[in-house]
Design a protein around this ligand. Structure first.
Ligand SMILES: [Zn+2]
Length: 431
């Protein structure tokens, strides 16, 4: 029975049902244009971005972003931590929201892509849904987090992990987090009310630049993030005897620089002796008193280890500690070791979400690789309260947090398409 009267209804049904419409794709030009416009807020003479959180650049950029979110059909509000939240109702109000987003603040003299790609990508996905008349079953929530670069402040607030002390820390723009959040329209006093509990969100997804050179070097399109690594820091202090560099004979010295120098090499050797993608770095050494004509009395060496497994980090550390003690013994210096609290636990991506990201990227014809994130992200905080997934796109030459940070228009669009299809697939899978 074909009745003309029903034709428009039937047609709109088929068009609104994703399986019957063509594979929806984001608009690469529109997405890129929004990124370029965003990059004008805080652009400095060196070509970098000074859009640090709470600065006037940040405030103006947030106005621009809120406008885009409204245009995309999102219901926009600012939460107590200053996060910009954009909500779109789903067909089934009983389902928990699928959340996705990133940040738009930068480090001083930073780039244009770390944060903005995931933020503009998230908004472009919602625009594409609207254009294609796609309404998901789950409500959608786009989150543009407050002050990511100054301590993952907004996401930590949502995870209920932002301490009162942290609010008194002075951020990159020179104001405390407390005052900065007020500038964003938040209310720092009421942040505890923001805490979301596990189960409050169906999932959290974040598109981000890799900030490493792996995808770029291997000419791959998409990184399926395994998780965000844990970071541990230690300070090793070798103590000997400070003395005159000219009058103390070589055989009468108790020079802590010697075991410290051997120790630096040992850290590298030990970290390399393990299979896997762990990294270990000595990025800071200090000699005291630190004068060219004085044998140092004390040398401090900072050791940093990163890996997806805390257990592995501590296993490697045990070897490093043993070697340090041995070097101190052999050189007759004293060794003191201090573990420095950086409070960064590993945050693993949800295995099911990883599979979905992988499958959707393959379906779209993109080359993929699973890899850990060596840098911290809002996603690490969100992983405390929701199943988390992260999508990486290539960073040219692995450069980030610098004006030369760059990802191509095509790579950005690919990442946004994977985000879009991951949301659609999770919308079907998660009930
Ligand atoms: Zn970032």
């Amino acid at each position: 029975m074909t009745n003309r009267k029903y034709l428009p209804i039937l047609l709109s049904f088929f068009l609104s049902y994703p399986a019957f419409s063509q594979t929806p794709k984001v608009n690469p030009d529109r997405l890129h244009e929004s990124l370029m416009k965003l990059s004008t807020f805080g652009k400095n003479a060196a070509g970098g971005s000074d859009r640090v959180a709470y600065s006037s650049y940040d405030l103006h950029a947030r106005e621009y972003v809120q406008g885009l979110m409204k245009e995309a059909g999102l219901d926009v509000s600012i939460d107590f931590a200053g996060n910009i939240i954009g909500r779109k109702a789903g067909k089934n109000p009983n389902l928990k929201p699928i959340a996705f987003g990133s940040h738009i603040d930068e480090v001083p003299n930073g780039g244009d892509y770390d944060g903005p790609v995931g933020s503009m990508g998230a908004i472009e996905v919602v625009r594409t849904f609207s254009e294609n008349n796609i309404t998901t079953d789950h409500p959608l929530e786009v989150i543009i987090f407050a002050n990511e670069e100054g301590g993952v402040v907004g996401s930590r607030a949502l995870a209920g992990a932002l301490s009162e002390d942290a609010l008194q820390v002075v951020s990159n723009s020179g104001v405390t987090q407390y005052d900065g959040i007020k500038l964003l329209g938040g209310n720092p006093e009421r942040i505890p009310e923001l805490k979301r509990n596990p189960g409050d969100l169906a999932a959290y997804l974040e598109l981000h630049i890799e900030q490493g050179g792996i995808l770029d070097a291997e000419k791959l399109d998409i990184g399926v993030v395994e998780g965000i690594v844990a970071i541990e820091w230690w300070e090793f202090t070798f103590a000997g005897k400070a003395n005159h560099a000219g009058t103390t004979p070589m055989n009468k010295r108790n020079d802590p620089m010697l075991p410290a120098a051997q120790f630096v090499l040992a850290v590298n050797e030990i970290v390399n002796s393990y299979e896997g993608r762990q990294v270990g770095t000595v990025g800071k050494i200090q000699a005291f008193p630190g004068a060219g004509n004085v044998i140092p009395g004390e040398v401090k060496v900072n050791v940093e280890l990163r890996d997806l497994s805390s257990e592995k980090i501590w296993k490697i550390y045990a070897d490093i500690e043993a070697r340090g003690k041995q070097l101190a013994l052999e050189s007759q210096t004293e060794l003191a070791i201090k573990h420095i609290e950086v409070a960064s636990k590993p945050a693993l991506a949800d295995p099911e979400i990883r599979k979905v990201i992988q499958a959707q990227a393959e379906k779209l014809g993109y080359g993929t690789k699973s890899l850990p994130s060596g840098a911290g992200h809002d996603a690490q905080e969100m992983a405390r309260i929701a199943p988390m997934g992260m999508i990486f796109i290539p960073s040219k030459d692995g450069i980030s947090h610098a004006p030369a940070e760059y990802s191509s228009k095509a790579d950005i669009a690919n990442g946004a398409n994977v985000l879009l299809h991951t949301i659609l697939e999770l919308d079907k899978l998660l009930k």
